[in-house]
Design a binder for this molecule. Structure first.
Ligand code: HAM
Length: 423
C-alpha cells in the first residue's frame, strides 16, 4: 500500500461531516458580520512571501521551480494573496470585508495542532483603522467559537506591537525586531535564553528581569491600565494602552468573555503593526486556535498606498483538538434520511421513481439495490445510519400509501405520497 505523506491528513465522512458543519458556521457568521467571499490560487510566486511574511514562514514553504524556471510555492498563509488582490483593484469601495477558507501548506514538524496541510479561515477588513474594526474581527472569531459550543472554553490574549516596541525602547533594547522574536517564543523557551537574548541586544540585567516578569502576566482587559502601570510609567504609553482598552471594552461590553491583555502575545509574522491577538483554550492544553492583528503597512509593499488592515486566521487542527477534548466533535443530521426498499419488480421500479421525485423535493434518500431479503435490507439501512425505511410492494403502489418505518423507534406507519415529499 502506498502511504500518505507525513503531516497530511485524510478525512472520512464521520469527520468530514463535522468539518463541513464547522466551515458552514464560519461562512454563516462571516456573512452576518458583513464579509464577502473571495478566493485565490494555491500557488504563488515565492517572492511574494519573501517580502511579505518574514523568514520563519519562508523557511516553511513547499517551493519548487516550475518549467519556466519560476520560483513557485504552495501558499503557507493567505494574507499576502489577499492583499495582492486588494492592491490590484483600486476601484473597490472601502471598507472592504473579505473572508475565505483556503488550504495552506507549511513544512513544519507535525505535532498536535500542527500539520503540513491545514484549512484556515481568514477574515480581513481593509480601509478601516478604527478600534471598532479590530473589535469586529475579534468578535467574529469569538462568535464562531461560541456558535461551536466553545463559549467559556477559550480566552483571547490581546497586545499592541507598538506598545511592546515602546517598552523595549525605554528598557534599552537596541534591536527591537530581534527582541520581539524572542518574546514571541516566551512560552517555548526558558527564562535564561530570553534574558540572554535581551542582554545581547543591549538591555541591562535589571530591565531584562523586569520585562520578563511583565511578559508572564495576564490581565482582564478592563484592568490593563493598572497592569501596565504596575511595571512602567503609564503616561509614556497612555494612548497605546487606551487603544487596546477601547477594543477590549467593546468586546466585553458585548458579551464576549475572557478578553485579556497579555504582554507576551506579539505574533511571529513580520507584517503586524498594531493590535495583535491570539485565541487559546482556557486550560492552555493546545496551541493557538486563531491569531491575527493589524497590518497597516502591508499594502504599501504591493501598491505604494497604505491601507489600514486587520484580520485573523483560524485553523482547523486546533479546533478539532479542542472540540474532541470537550466531547463536542459530533454532528447529527436532523433531517430524515430514507432508505427505500422496493419489493418485487414493480416495487423496485416504483422505488426508483419515488427516489428521484423525493430528491427533487429536497428529501434525502437512496434505494436498496442489494438482495431480496427484507430483513437483510433493513439491517443494511440501520448500519448505514438511515433514519427511516420506506417499503414499497404491490399494495403500497395501489393505495399510494407507503409503509414507513422509523429505525430509531421501530414504529411503522402508512404515509401518503404527498406527505413523504414534505418531510
Ligand atoms: P498564523 O498565526 O500563522 O497567522 O495562523 C493562524 C492560525 O492558523 C493559527 O492560530 C492556527 O490555528 C492555524 N495554523 C497555523 N499554522 C498551522 C499548521 N501548521 N497546522 C495547523 N494549523 C495551523 C496567519 O497565518 C495570518 N496570516 C493570519 C491573519 C489573517 N492575519 C491577518 N489576517
Amino acid at each position: 500500500m502506498i502511504e500518505r505523506l507525513k503531516g497530511f491528513r485524510d478525512f472520512y465522512p464521520e469527520d468530514m461531516e463535522v468539518r463541513e458543519h464547522i466551515f458552514s458556521i464560519m461562512r454563516e457568521n462571516a456573512k452576518i458580520f458583513g464579509f464577502r467571499p473571495i478566493d485565490y490560487p494555491s500557488l504563488e510566486l515565492l517572492e511574494m512571501f519573501r517580502i511579505k511574511s518574514g523568514e520563519e514562514i519562508l523557511s516553511q514553504t513547499y517551493n519548487f521551480k516550475d518549467r519556466g524556471e519560476r520560483e513557485i510555492t504552495l501558499i503557507p498563509e493567505a494574507t499576502p494573496s489577499t492583499v495582492r488582490m486588494l492592491a490590484s483593484r483600486k476601484d473597490l469601495p472601502k471598507p472592504v470585508r473579505w473572508y475565505n477558507i483556503p488550504k495552506l501548506w507549511r513544512y513544519e514538524e507535525p505535532q498536535s495542532g500542527r500539520t503540513r496541510e491545514h484549512v484556515q479561515m481568514n477574515a480581513d477588513i481593509f480601509g478601516d483603522g478604527s478600534a471598532v474594526a479590530d473589535a469586529d474581527i475579534i468578535g467574529l472569531a469569538c462568535t464562531i467559537l461560541d456558535s461551536l459550543g466553545l463559549k467559556g472554553h477559550y480566552e483571547v490574549r490581546i497586545n499592541e506591537r507598538k506598545l511592546m516596541e515602546k517598552i523595549l525602547t525605554i528598557s534599552g533594547s537596541r534591536n527591537i525586531i530581534s527582541d520581539m522574536g524572542i518574546i514571541d517564543r516566551f512560552h517555548k523557551v526558558d527564562k535564561d535564553e530570553i534574558l540572554l537574548k535581551l542582554a545581547s541586544n543591549g538591555m541591562g540585567h535589571e530591565n531584562a528581569e523586569h520585562i520578563y516578569s511583565f511578559l508572564g502576566k495576564k490581565y482582564k482587559i478592563g484592568n490593563i491600565e493598572e497592569g501596565v502601570g504596575e511595571f512602567f510609567n503609564l503616561s509614556e504609553m497612555d494612548q497605546l494602552v487606551h487603544r487596546i482598552k477601547e477594543t477590549g471594552d467593546i468586546l466585553t461590553e458585548n458579551g464576549f468573555q475572557n478578553i485579556l491583555f497579555n504582554p507576551s502575545t506579539v505574533r511571529g509574522l513580520a507584517y503586524y503593526t498594531g493590535i495583535v491577538f491570539e485565541g487559546f483554550d482556557i486550560k492552555g492544553k493546545f496551541r493557538s486556535i486563531f491569531g491575527g492583528g493589524r497590518y497597516d503597512n502591508l499594502s504599501t509593499l504591493f501598491s505604494g498606498t497604505e491601507i489600514p488592515a486587520v484580520g485573523f486566521g483560524m485553523g482547523d487542527a486546533v479546533l478539532e483538538n479542542l472540540m474532541k477534548d470537550l466531547g463536542l466533535w459530533n454532528w447529527e443530521d436532523n433531517h430524515r434520511r430514507y432508505y427505500i426498499i422496493g419489493m418485487g419488480e414493480e416495487g423496485y421500479n416504483e422505488a426508483i421513481k419515488l427516489s428521484f421525485n423525493m430528491r427533487k423535493n429536497g428529501v434525502k434518500c437512496i434505494i436498496h439495490n442489494g438482495g431480496k431479503n427484507l430483513s437483510n435490507a433493513m439491517k443494511t439501512a440501520s448500519s448505514l445510519q438511515f433514519s427511516h425505511v420506506i417499503i414499497i410492494g404491490k399494495k403500497e403502489i395501489e393505495d399510494k400509501i407507503y409503509t414507513v418505518r422509523d429505525l430509531k423507534t421501530g414504529e411503522q406507519t402508512g404515509v401518503r405520497y404527498e406527505d413523504i415529499m414534505k418531510t
